[in-house]
Design a protein around this ligand. Structure first.
Ligand SMILES: [Ca+2]
Length: 357
């Protein structure tokens, strides 16, 4: 997934405290049907939306041509479907606000503490325990099959959606068509996502206008993007459908995502260090030998699972920095969202829920 998702998750989780639990009935199940035209998507009813005259970042006709020639979509129906989408200017504004910014603080100011406190709270831990207890057998089955432990799956679904409480209310087709056709900076990425989304809706027999998610098109319990759906989502409850709004399919899909990105069964994630090494570059993408870190002044607080090469992680605790040895499984968590804070929050939330059970 992308950095945008975690920022969204933060906003959503903050608002989650004030909102009631959403219906857990999957929109996939509610609206599953059959397409009326060959190569078409299923449409529950005629969707009529105002047309827009704004300039295009990507040629709609070119997109339609590709969907017809490569995936056998019905040209006229797809044209009509895209005509009925809404251009969401607020989505473009939000995306602009989240464009990468340069420059970070050089003195500790508590950035990690502020981030962590959005997710690792007593109320969140209690909700995580409930989720774990409810889906204990499925979480165990996922661990057995994919090697990914319950605390990681529980941590991901907790940080992403508060265990299904906040899965987003934006029409995915509006979000994705807005970003594909009216947002040049990410147009290529989002037109590919729109492509995968339409294929998903057609394959699963759901009306694409019925599916809601984040403003960037992330869906369901684990906030999968459509491309992740096509590559990694699985039918973990064996009902014949792959449904990101079904908690059991989401559990299997998150586990499969991790396994596919190189998760190593029963290996550690990260180990805290004694000492300081502020002179070294840090981040999940860095690579150091244990000897280099030792010479810099760091010592692991427990075994490093025989790894000889690690990343150097630095958490801003407000009054000081805390250093960690990042192991390969930590890097795998960042494949879900490219952020050390994100990965650390997922892991620590999962651990906290595990300890509270
Ligand atoms: Ca299923």
């Amino acid at each position: 997934m992308k950095r945008i998702i975690v920022l969204l998750s933060m906003i959503l989780l903050l608002s989650a405290c004030n909102s009631n639990k959403q219906s857990t009935v999957s929109p996939m199940k509610e609206h599953r049907g059959h397409a009326k035209v060959k190569g078409g998507v299923y449409l529950e009813k005629e969707h009529t939306q105002p047309k827009t005259n704004a300039p295009l970042a990507m040629d709609k006709e070119k997109f339609i041509k590709k969907m017809v020639s490569q995936h056998g979509f019905n040209r006229q129906q797809l044209h009509d479907v895209l005509e009925q989408t809404n251009k969401l200017d607020w989505v473009i504004n939000l995306m602009d606000k989240q464009a990468p910014k340069a420059g970070t603080s050089t003195v500790p100011n508590g950035a990690w503490i502020r981030y962590k406190n959005k997710f690792i709270t007593a109320s969140n831990i209690a909700k995580g325990v409930d989720f774990w207890n409810q889906y204990q057998s499925e979480l165990q089955r996922a661990y057995k099959q994919y090697g990914v432990p319950p605390e990681i799956i529980v941590g991901i679904i907790g940080v992403e959606t508060g265990w299904g409480r906040v899965m987003g209310k934006t029409k995915i087709i509006d979000a994705l068509s807005t970003l594909a056709f009216y947002y040049p900076r990410r147009s290529e990425y989002f037109s590919n996502e729109l492509e995968d989304f339409l294929i998903m809706a057609r394959d699963e027999g759901v009306d694409p206008f019925d599916l809601t998610g984040s403003f960037a098109g992330a869906m369901g319990y684990g906030q999968f993007m459509p491309s992740a759906f096509r590559r990694f989502a699985v039918d973990f409850n064996s009902d014949g459908h792959v449904d990101l709004w079904d908690p059991v399919d989401a559990i299997g899909s998150v586990a499969n995502y991790f396994k596919s990105h190189g998760w190593q069964r029963d290996k550690k994630v990260a180990v805290m260090a004694d000492g300081q090494a502020s002179q070294l570059e840090n981040g999940f993408h860095t690579k150091y030998s244990i000897e280099t870190l030792s010479k810099a002044g760091l010592k692991p607080q427990s075994s490093l699972d025989n790894y000889r090469e690690v990343s150097l992680l630095r958490l801003d605790m407000g009054d000081r920095y805390q250093f960690w040895y990042g192991l390969p499984n930590f890097y795998v968590i960042t494949r879900y969202n490219h952020s050390s804070h994100y990965a650390m929050a997922v892991w620590q939330l999962g651990q906290a829920v595990k300890n509270a059970r």
